[in-house]
Write a protein that binds this ligand. Sequence first.
Ligand SMILES: [Zn+2]
Length: 303
Amino acid sequence: MKKSIAIFAIIVSFLTFTACSKEKNANSSNVEKNSKIQVVVSFSPLENLVRYIGGDKVEIKTLIPTGSEPHEFEPKLKDMKLLNESKLFIYNGLGIENWVDKTLGNINKDSLEVVNSSKSIKPIKIAEKGDANHGKYDPHIWLSLKSAIKQSENIKEGLVKVDSSNKKFYEENFKKFKEKAEKLYGTYREKLSECKNKNFVTGHAAFGYLCRDFNLKQSSVEDVFQEGEPTPKKIKGLVDYCKRYNIKTIFYEENVSPKVSNTLAKEVGGKIKKIDTMEVNKKDKDYFDIMESNLEKIYLSLK
Ligand SMILES: [Zn+2]
């Protein structure tokens, strides 16, 4: 009995806010001409990219709170409300947001444009079959300059669809993004191709696409989804790997405990160094500053 009352209450509140948001959409068409485009992104790396393409024409809201695992997220009623009131929803894709299909099935999509930012990017397969929590692909596309160009293009297309009057603005921003990304790629392609060593060690396996761009190889303490305490056997394997390739820098990320990385560094007479996967939100940081810093650190560790 109690359960059915609760369900009824949820249905009523859902209908109420749907009705409200519809009314609001009808009334706000005049206001919208002067206000920013409401864009919702799933998690923080996309915020970095959307800020580049959308500039001051957009207001970005991020669904997944800083530091939370994207696949463990479950949208709440307030998130559904936010999506119902927004123009554009951009998600990463490749299975990192396994809640997306279900969520989009439950909202009014008439007024919401949806962009899967991984569209047309060749995915890296990490498992034959995905499970309930993860897909079968590595989702870390934003850490590759080449993939980020494609992501930004998908974002640009979404923005043009919902705000065609600013088409030129978005296209120019995308052009600038592409030029900057290609320039940085060219610089590090040359620098990294001079390094004999191509192997490095990170906290979790986030750099698969970056490695594909530059013909490098990563090994990591934790897997792509930051799961599983490394076994003594795994740690020993990493120690051997570092010794074999003379690796003295062990990278770690903000959202991964540096404990094992520290042990590893001590074991091989090296040091730990922080690298940024953009999975922890830092609003003041620029995409290219982070990428250049990452690439320079990787280059110095391989030199
Ligand atoms: Zn990650």
